[in-house]
Design a protein around this ligand. Structure first.
Ligand code: ZN
Length: 255
């Protein structure tokens, strides 16, 4: 088991390294193909510069050529992707549905979720074409993997969450959320369904509100200033995807 989990972490680290490229290049309109290079000196990076986490640590968080510091984004995204892949493997195989297709699907959703969260955090925008792509993949997956009532549940949830976010955008005149969040809501509903989607949105708003209040309290932000919201929605999405059923069961047991 340990060996398989280690393998999942290494795979996640490697995918995370690729996600960093997607995060930085998609917003600049550059191709995601082509060799990686240093942002400062433009030196082409070789294989030993690109080993996830290990290169960053062993070269002291600096470029080997120009010695300028390398962003912490790289090892953080690699580490988080690795950790989430391990978690996904444990949850999916624990559910007794460890088919290669469901695992690949969950890995894909995690990857998209990480890119969306980091791009919104860094550039205050949502990569809508990626979110549409993920919604489409989720639609196909649901169509083949789920019985018809659950498939319909996913479609209804996609439109339900999107309309709910659209109303927020209209009512708050884009101060609370942007149009990108509507597309993200559509994706969340498509992946999670009505129950899971509701839970994810609730968790996203809850954590988002707590963090925003904390930022205001510690003077990092002032009232009315916007905080990127997608990272919280993504957190809700992942928690709901991994433990949604269990959380809903516990909640219903309390009543
Ligand atoms: Zn350099």
């Amino acid at each position: 088991m340990f060996f398989v989990l280690l393998l999942a972490f290494i795979l996640g680290g490697a995918i995370g390294s690729f996600l960093n490229v997607v995060i930085d290049r998609s917003t600049r309109g550059e191709s995601i193909l082509g060799r990686s290079y240093c942002d400062h000196c433009k030196a082409t990076l070789s294989t030993i510069d690109l080993i996830p986490i290990i290169s960053f640590v062993s070269f002291g968080a600096r470029c080997r050529y120009c010695k300028k510091p390398i962003s912490w984004q790289y090892p953080i995204v690699e580490g988080i992707t690795g950790a989430l892949f391990v978690l996904a493997f444990m949850v999916v195989s624990g559910n007794g549905q460890s088919s290669l297709i469901s695992l690949t699907y969950v890995f894909f959703i995690i990857s998209i979720a990480i890119v969306v969260a980091v791009v919104d955090f860094k550039f205050s925008l949502i990569p809508t074409s990626l979110v549409f792509l993920a919604s489409l993949v989720a639609l196909f997956f649901n169509y083949f993997a789920l019985p018809t009532p659950l498939f319909i549940d996913r479609i209804l949830a996609a439109f339900g969450v999107a309309i709910f976010f659209w109303l927020i955008v209209v009512i708050t005149r884009k101060r609370g959320m942007g149009e990108g969040d509507i597309v993200l809501g559509f994706m969340m509903g498509m992946i999670l369904g009505i129950k899971g989607g509701t839970l994810a949105v609730f968790l996203g708003f809850l954590v988002g509100a707590v963090v925003s209040l904390a930022l205001i309290f510690f003077g990092k932000k002032h009232f009315g200033q916007t905080v990127p919201f997608a990272p919280f929605l993504v957190l809700g999405l992942l928690v709901s995807m991994f433990w949604g059923q269990r959380i809903v069961d516990v909640y219903l047991m309390l009543y």
